[in-house]
Write a protein that binds this ligand. Structure first.
Ligand code: ADP
Ligand SMILES: Cc1ncc(COP(=O)(O)OP(=O)(O)O)c(N)n1
Length: 277
């Protein structure tokens, strides 16, 4: 039977991040994509030009319309923007037999635009994070959520442990923002004590718009299809590595990644790009 995944996120008119990146990723990985839009951004590769958040009732009714009808295997959240929307999403999800939930705690876009209001961080930490099957912060997001400064490898370990203590069942702490010149590495840690690092070559490119969205959507697609949490994040890392390495050179700023690249690679070629330790 076809697996169904859902994204609850913002729209990116430029198509590289948000709902658009999520649905493309679901499609590429063979999961049927459904969505609830939280906000409409006017965005391109140069940045976010405008943000229009939907009424919370409208966000909730989209989620209910999908969950009342489809058997959704996994949901991912992206840009949630306000405390009201986070509260509405958390309350609604709790009222269903909760599917697996991937939380990408989107806060700030590459150009610096705020995609989560400061006053909403509290709701993200207290209402949504404890529902996470997997939370996927980048380094600045993990710093905001944990209150820790993250520079060294041991800082990364401490922050991941803190996120588990705060209620997430598992965390992938993404290393795209670290100053590791040659490699990009992400730490996976679960409440059950499973731990590994996924290390891939750092691609020298400016075209990394929407990497976090695409990565978390790939995890959700694989969870919906029955992968374990660890197998889902490993496959998502293959997906994002292929997408970054085969950039499309679109737009004049930070361009989108290539969602088609993964399917063109053999399983052997995918796996050669990464070390797991
Ligand atoms: N230049 C790069 N080369 C290879 N992988 C990268 C690069 N930049 C980011 N990644 C990977 O892309 C994913 C998203 O990472 P990150 O940039 O930290 O998140 P976000 O997009 O949320 O800021 C992670 O798996 C990270 O390791
Ligand atoms: C609508 C929308 N949602 C999320 C983001 C952030 O995407 P991310 O994957 O973190 O990539 P960058 O913004 O860092 O390129 C967004 N920009 N828009």
């Amino acid at each position: 039977m076809t697996s169904v995944a859902m994204t609850i996120a913002g729209s990116d008119s430029g198509g590289g991040a948000g709902i658009q990146a999520d649905l493309k990723t679901f499609q590429e990985l063979g999961a049927f994509g459904t969505s609830a839009i939280t906000a409409v951004t006017s965005q391109n590769t140069l940045g976010v030009h405008d943000v229009y958040a939907l009424e919370v009732n409208n966000v909730v009714s989209q989620i209910k319309a999908v969950l009342d009808d489809f058997k959704v295997g996994a949901i991912k959240t992206g840009m949630l923007f306000s405390a009201e929307i986070i509260h509405g999403v958390a309350k609604t999800l709790k009222s269903y037999d909760l599917p697996m939930l991937v939380i990408d705690p989107v806060m700030i876009a590459k150009g610096g635009a705020s995609l989560l209001l400061n006053e909403a961080v509290h709701s993200m930490k207290n209402e949504l994070l404890p529902l996470a099957t997997i939370i996927t912060p980048n380094i600045p997001e993990a710093e905001v959520l944990t209150g820790l400064t993250i520079r060294s490898d041991s800082d990364v370990e401490n922050a991941a442990n803190r996120l588990i203590t705060m209620g997430a069942k598992a965390v992938v702490l993404k290393g795209g923002h670290r100053d590791t010149k040659d490699y990009a590495e992400d730490l996976f840690l679960s409440a059950k004590g499973e731990r590994f690092i996924m290390r891939s070559e750092r691609i020298d490119t400016k075209d990394t718009h929407g990497t976090g969205c695409t990565f978390s959507a790939a995890i959700a697609a694989r969870l919906a299809q029955g992968f374990t949490a660890s197998d889902a994040v490993i496959d998502a890392k293959y997906f994002i590595q292929a997408a970054i390495a085969n950039g499309l050179q679109l737009g004049t700023g930070h361009g989108p990644t290539n969602h088609w690249a993964y399917r063109k690679l053999s399983e052997k070629a995918r796996k050669e790009v990464m070390i797991i330790e």
